[in-house]
Design a protein around this ligand. Structure first.
Ligand SMILES: Nc1ncnc2c1ncn2[C@@H]1O[C@H](COP(=O)(O)OP(=O)(O)OP(=O)(O)O)[C@@H](O)[C@H]1O
Ligand SMILES: O=C(O)[C@H](O)[C@@H](O)[C@H](O)[C@H](O)CO
Length: 252
């Protein structure tokens, strides 16, 4: 059984899996594939681009994202970065691995890469998780999720709205070393090669806003740069230490 109870310390960010403890909370329909029904995020959440565009003269939300995916192959630091970023930006942290059914975890633990079909079901469940958090309040969601292929990211965007992408990437030797050094994780380092084969790095124009951050840098440097990216592209992404509102794009 995959452990679904919280394993990380809560921070000032909302840590989503403290609230949603079981996979069934998020994937009640996997058997009949109705998880593919539209989520209608605009009607289910306060993020309604039609309304926002009518607020001429006020802060313009168009172009800003509600959700952020921290993506990349296993061991690049997705969970570490996304959870710290959520704390910095006063958002929710969503751990993509929490949405894998036990069969997926079992396959990976046994050294078998996931298929597209297995990933579609998993991504569908993640979309429900994002939508649930978006419906709850206006805080941004920081998702740690491999999202290796462009089609996976398209699904996330189609079902949950504008998506900012932070791609953690770099020297595979560094990533492999970190995987070997990481204790108590179901993902075997042997799966890194298949993850690298599946990886379709984001097209920073076609999939904008997207950025690539090198895993060779220190965690602090990565978080600082990721935070700057989020302040430019993510609605309500954090406040200054003085408690000021986050800066947003203005209508010229
Ligand atoms: N920039 C960094 N410098 C040094 N160590 C790092 C850095 N980023 C992550 N790590 C370490 O690398 C390991 C892997 O990080 P983490 O578990 O966050 O990766 P992940 O991408 O979420 O992995 P997975 O997809 O397999 O769950 C952890 O032990 C983490 O502390
Ligand atoms: O798409 C995938 O193949 C999976 O999401 C993996 O990336 C794992 O979940 C993750 O790496 C766990 O360590």
């Amino acid at each position: 059984m995959i452990a679904l109870t919280p394993t990380r310390a809560a921070t000032s960010a909302s840590v989503a899996f403290l609230k949603f403890r079981t996979i069934s909370d998020f994937q009640p329909h996997l058997d009949d594939e109705s998880y593919l029904t539209p989520l209608t995020y605009a009607s289910a959440t306060p993020y309604d681009s039609a309304n926002i565009e009518n607020h001429a003269g006020e802060e313009r939300m168009v172009g800003l994202c509600r959700n952020v995916v921290v993506m990349g192959v296993c061991g690049v630091g997705k969970s570490t970065v996304a959870s710290r970023l959520a704390a910095r930006c006063e958002g929710h942290f969503l751990e993509g691995d929490q949405f894998h059914p036990p069969e997926n975890v079992g396959a990976m633990a046994g050294g078998i890469p996931l298929t597209d079909k297995e990933r579609w079901a998993w991504l569908g469940a993640i979309c429900h998780g994002i939508a649930a958090l978006n419906a709850r309040d206006a805080a941004p969601v920081f998702l740690a999720c491999s999202a290796l292929k462009r089609s996976y990211r398209t699904l996330l965007r189609d079902r949950t709205g504008p998506l900012a992408i932070i791609h953690l990437d770099g020297d595979s030797a560094i990533i492999r070393q970190r995987l070997h050094a990481r204790p108590n994780h179901f993902m075997p380092p042997s799966l890194l090669d298949s993850q690298l084969r599946d990886l379709e790095p984001p097209d920073t124009h076609a999939e904008a806003p997207a950025c690539r951050l090198d895993v060779a840098r220190s965690l602090d440097e990565i978080i600082d740069e990721a935070e700057r990216f989020c302040r430019r592209h993510v609605a309500s992404a954090g406040r200054s230490p003085s408690g000021e509102k986050p800066s947003r794009q203005q209508i010229p």
